[in-house]
Design a protein around this ligand. Structure first.
Ligand SMILES: Cc1cc2nc3c(=O)[nH]c(=O)nc-3n(C[C@H](O)[C@H](O)[C@H](O)COP(=O)(O)O)c2cc1C
Length: 362
C-alpha cells in the first residue's frame, strides 16, 4: 500500500470512524498537578497534538484509583473533580477533529507508596510482606476502571484505552508468574484473563453502544506467555469486546525468539488472528512515512505514533506533505523540543529516556 492509504478513513465497531490511520500512542509526561489534576501544561500538550492531524489521540496513562499511581505528576481520573480539566482536553481534541481516549491505568504491584500508591499484587509472593489483593479488592479495582470510563464519557471523550501492558495490573493478572491466586481471578488462563474481560464487559455495559474501547497489550517480560496472549486475544476479537487492539511492541519489526512462533514476526502472530470487526494497530519505532505504509501492508489497520509524535507534534500532517518524511535522528538537544513547544516538565521527563535528549543540553 502507499502512503496515501494511510489517509483513508477506518470505521470502528462503535462510535465515529477514524479519519485516517494515525493514532497517538499514550505518552506519560508527568506534568499534572498534585492528585492528578490536569495542568495548563497538559492542556498545552493536548492542544498541540489536537492540531496534529491524528485520527485518535490517547491520553497518558491515567490513574483509575489514587492508590494505583506509578509516576509523579501522573494524570488522574479517580475523582469527579477531575472532570473539568479532562473535559477541556476532550473538547480541545474534538475541536481539532480527532477522536479521543483516556488510557485507564492502575499500577498493581508497581504502585508507588512514596506517591500515595498502594502496592496491590495479584500474588502474596510478588512483594515481600505485602498480601495479595482479596477477591473483593480485585472487584473494587475492576469497578474503579468502569467508573473511570464513565467519567471519561462524561468528560466528552469518545472512549477509553485499557492499559493491559507492561506488567501493570491487567497484564499482571494475566501472568502465570505474577498471579498464583486460587480464586476466580487466578489459575487457568480463563481466570487470569477474567479481570481484563470483566473490565471490558463492564465498560461496555456502563457506557453504551457509542463508546469506544481500546486494549493495549504487551508481550514481553513479567512472565507473560505469547501463546496464551494470542489465545486470549483471539477470544476478545471473536467476541468483539473491543474496538481496537493496540500492540505495544518496542520494535514493530520484532521477531519471536522462542516458543511455537519462533522466527515469525511478532506482529504476524496477532495480525493472523481473525479479527471480525476489531481493528488492530502496532507501536514500536515507527519514525517515518514509509514505515507506516509498510505496516498497513503487514496487516495493520492503523499505526501508533509515540516518540516520533514528541519530536513532531503534527506527524500525520508531515506525512501528508511528504511521503518520504522521516523523524530527525535521536538524540536531539533540549532546545529542539522547546522550540517545538514542549514544556520544561515534559523535556525533563524525556531526559530520563535513553538516547532521546542530548545529555547536558539546554
Ligand atoms: C515518553 C514516553 C511515555 C510513555 N508513556 C506511556 C504511557 O503512559 N502508557 C503506555 O501504555 N505506554 C507509554 N509509552 C510507550 C509508548 O506508547 C510506545 O508504545 C513506545 O514508546 C514504543 O513506540 P515508539 O518506539 O514509537 O516510541 C511511553 C513512551 C514514551 C517514550
Amino acid at each position: 500500500m502507499s502512503v496515501d492509504d494511510l489517509f483513508k478513513p477506518l470505521t470502528l465497531l462503535h462510535g465515529p470512524p477514524m479519519r485516517n490511520r494515525f493514532m497517538l500512542a499514550p505518552l506519560t509526561n508527568q506534568q499534572s498537578e498534585p492528585d492528578g489534576f490536569a495542568s495548563r501544561f497538559d492542556q498545552d500538550w493536548i492542544g498541540q497534538v489536537a492540531e496534529g492531524g491524528y485520527a485518535l489521540v490517547t491520553t497518558c496513562a491515567t490513574t483509575v484509583e489514587a492508590g494505583g499511581i506509578a509516576f509523579a505528576r501522573q494524570l488522574g481520573i479517580h475523582r469527579d473533580e477531575h472532570l473539568e480539566g479532562l473535559g477541556r482536553m476532550a473538547s480541545t481534541l474534538r475541536a481539532g477533529g480527532a477522536l479521543s481516549a483516556v488510557q485507564l491505568h492502575h499500577a498493581g504491584h508497581r504502585a508507588q507508596p512514596e506517591l500515595g500508591g498502594v502496592p496491590s499484587p495479584a500474588s502474596s509472593r510478588t512483594l515481600p510482606g505485602v498480601d495479595a489483593l482479596s477477591t473483593e479488592e480485585v472487584q473494587r479495582i475492576r469497578d474503579s476502571f468502569i467508573t473511570a470510563a464513565r467519567r471519561a464519557q462524561a468528560a466528552g471523550f469518545d472512549g477509553v484505552a485499557l492499559h493491559g501492558a507492561f506488567g501493570w495490573i491487567l497484564s499482571e493478572f494475566m501472568s502465570p508468574l505474577l498471579n498464583d491466586r486460587s480464586d476466580q481471578y487466578g489459575g487457568s488462563l480463563e481466570n487470569r484473563a477474567r479481570l481484563t474481560l470483566e473490565v471490558m464487559e463492564g465498560v461496555r455495559q456502563a457506557c453504551g453502544p457509542d463508546f469506544q474501547i481500546g486494549w493495549r497489550l504487551s508481550v514481553e517480560r513479567y512472565g507473560l506467555q505469547l501463546e496464551e496472549l494470542r489465545e486470549i486475544t483471539a477470544h476478545v476479537l471473536d467476541r468483539e469486546l473491543i474496538d481496537y487492539l493496540d500492540l505495544a511492541l518496542w520494535d514493530s519489526a520484532q521477531v519471536v525468539r522462542e516458543g511455537s512462533f519462533k522466527g515469525q514476526s511478532m506482529l504476524s502472530v496477532f495480525t493472523s488472528i481473525p479479527r471480525r470487526g476489531v481493528r488492530v494497530g502496532v507501536a514500536g519505532r515507527i519514525m517515518g512515512a514509509q514505515r507506516c505504509a509498510e505496516l498497513l501492508d503487514q496487516g495493520c489497520d492503523f499505526v501508533l505514533i509515540a516518540r516520533a509524535g514528541i519530536l513532531q507534534r503534527d506527524f500525520p500532517h508531515q506525512v501528508r506533505a511528504d511521503p518520504c518524511f522521516d523523524s530527525v535522528r535521536l538524540p536531539v538537544p533540549a532546545q529542539y523540543l522547546r522550540a517545538g513547544g514542549l514544556s520544561e516538565r515534559f523535556i525533563n521527563h524525556m531526559r530520563g529516556w535513553p538516547s532521546f535528549v542530548v545529555p547536558g543540553s539546554r
